[in-house]
Design a protein around this ligand. Structure first.
Ligand code: TXA
Ligand code: MG
Length: 297
């Protein structure tokens, strides 16, 4: 039996499987099994009104989950899937309330990871999956992070190696006009706008996307933000035990950010000073996660 065979058996029996994606690891259950989906919320200790993303094998499966496919959603799915983009669309009647927290929309995404795509194709249905961390912690980007957070509460961990992107998907609400970017991610808002050939609203509205409150991306250590290395060094003068996190390469910064915060926590570091990357491209997503991590103390 391969690992994908094992994962498939667990999902078909209503169990929970941690799945690798290109962004972060997800905690997956059969999206059409209410008991299984309810267990995700119990294991994560996540409030029931925080909706889950449904992961699909293929863009063609969208029609099973959406009541209509808005034109922007079709354009973005064509251009970006499989990939780090979640599209909010009006939900089809059969989508379970437990998945969408009773909302009228559903978030859909085709993830770009070979193991999870194989799993999804063989499973045939949708997999509801939030990030595979306990509620309030940073997302896991390795199988070991998942095991450290969830232990025996996850029935199987499909180990697909470290996640190549390292921050969660960009979320675009395609049910409003103009479409709105609710969470910055690997696909920047200006790329979304270019693909749609129109401006998008980059303002993240907290009420529209539960689960994106500041306190939801929190390491244990205190996080201070610096706009450049000189400011970081200046801040360290008054916090000599603090460690500085910085990276000139935004791709590598995103890839390693959550692992570095977890590592600092594991070593009992009390303060991390993070240098904000420039606010371009992937830099927006990194700045968003750092700002949320810093806002919690
Ligand atoms: O990269 C990702 O998106 C990862 C991987 C596993 O796919 N998933 C992820 O899921 O980050 P989660 O649950 O940790 O974050 C999804 C966010 C939550 O803040 C949730 O409230 C929001 O998306 N969301 C999901 N469906 C929604 C909907 N129908 N309306 C509004 N917000 C929604
Ligand atoms: Mg999450």
């Amino acid at each position: 039996m391969s690992d994908v065979d094992d994962a498939l058996a667990v999902l078909r029996a209503g169990g929970l499987v941690a799945i690798p994606t290109e962004t972060v690891y997800g905690l997956a259950a059969d999206a059409s099994n209410p008991e299984a989906v309810r267990r995700i919320f119990a294991v994560k200790r996540r409030p029931a009104d925080h909706p889950l993303i449904v992961h699909l094998a293929d863009q063609a499966d969208m029609k099973n989950w959406a009541s209509t496919i808005p034109v922007p959603a079709a354009i973005l799915a064509d251009a970006c899937w499989p990939g780090p983009l979640t599209l909010l669309v009006p939900q089809a009647a059969q989508v379970l309330d437990v998945v969408t927290g009773g909302r009228s929309t559903v978030g859909l995404r085709v993830p770009a990871h070979p193991l999870t795509l194989e799993l999804l194709h063989r499973f045939g249905g949708g997999l509801a999956a939030p990030s595979a961390n306990r509620f309030g912690r940073v997302s896991p980007t390795t199988a070991d992070h998942v095991r450290a957070d969830l232990g025996v509460d996850v029935d199987f961990v499909l180990d697909g190696g470290p996640c190549p992107i390292g921050v969660e998907s960009t979320i675009v609400d395609c049910t409003v006009d103009p479409p709105q970017v609710l969470r910055p991610g690997a696909i920047p808002a200006d790329e979304v706008a270019a693909l749609l050939q129109r401006p998008v609203d980059p303002a993240a509205g907290p009420s529209r996307a539960p689960g994106m409150l500041e306190s939801h991306y929190a390491p244990r250590c205190r996080v201070l933000l610096a706009t450049d290395v000189a400011e970081a060094r200046w801040l360290r003068d008054s916090s000599p035990t603090a460690e500085i996190i910085d990276d000139d390469d935004p791709v590598h910064y995103a890839q390693t950010l959550f692992a570095r915060l977890r590592d600092a926590d594991a070593r009992g570091v009390d303060t991390v000073i993070a240098v904000l990357p420039p606010a371009v491209g992937l830099g927006h997503a990194i700045r968003d996660r750092l700002t949320k991590a810093a806002a919690t103390r």
